[in-house]
Design a protein around this ligand. Structure first.
Ligand SMILES: [Zn+2]
Ligand SMILES: [Zn+2]
Length: 188
């Protein structure tokens, strides 16, 4: 298995460092140019309605952002209108926008980049309801036989540990599975 290039900062080209902030494992620039994390990680920090906006817009977005730390392609810039709740945009009970952010996203690597201060502006994830028995069963099915494009991507990078963690995360955030399927459709 070939070891691929480590992710690098778009600005200073320094290798990004994988860190831990609670359950979140962001890659950050040691020189303070920002940090990023994957779609699956994003469920540990961002609210689900914001994540939905981000990935819903991903396919049509123009590439005009910074370079992706992983593949060096220009990232798409997506506007997210954040609010305090996790109710999908436009549905009953959805609150007013409290913060607008323009985030850099690499659809291929399912990676979101935050310039300094951008992540701090995003509202914190709210506790998820306990998964239903049905969701748990669906997850076990996935674990047993489902191999996503993302998982293969991680394995290509030789990072089995990250793959394991992703499974864990899907188990704790049932909505992540459907989001990953959607993104898979965008990529293919
Ligand atoms: Zn940097
Ligand atoms: Zn990329």
């Amino acid at each position: 298995m070939s070891k691929l290039e480590p992710p690098r900062c778009h600005s200073c080209r320094e290798e990004l460092v994988l860190g831990a902030q609670g359950e979140l494992n962001p890659w950050s620039c040691p020189n303070g140019h920002g940090l990023g994390f994957t779609l699956s990680e994003s469920y540990e920090r961002l609210q689900e309605d914001e994540i939905d906006q981000l990935w819903g817009a991903a396919s049509g977005a123009s590439a005009r952002g910074v370079r992706c730390p992983f593949c060096s392609e220009t990232m798409a810039v997506l506007t997210v209108e954040a609010d305090a709740d996790e109710i999908p945009e436009g549905e009953d009970g959805d609150g007013p926008t409290t913060h607008t952010a323009e985030l850099d996203v690499c659809v291929r690597d399912q990676f979101i980049w935050f310039d300094p201060g951008e992540l701090e502006g995003m509202p914190e994830d709210l506790p998820d309801p306990e998964p239903t028995a049905e969701q748990k069963a669906a997850f076990e099915q996935i674990r047993a036989n489902f191999r996503t494009g993302m998982e293969e991507a991680w394995e290509t990078r030789g990072d089995q540990q990250l793959t394991e963690r992703m499974y864990d995360r899907v188990a704790r955030h049932p909505k992540l599975h459907s989001a990953m399927n959607r993104v898979g459709d965008v990529i293919s």
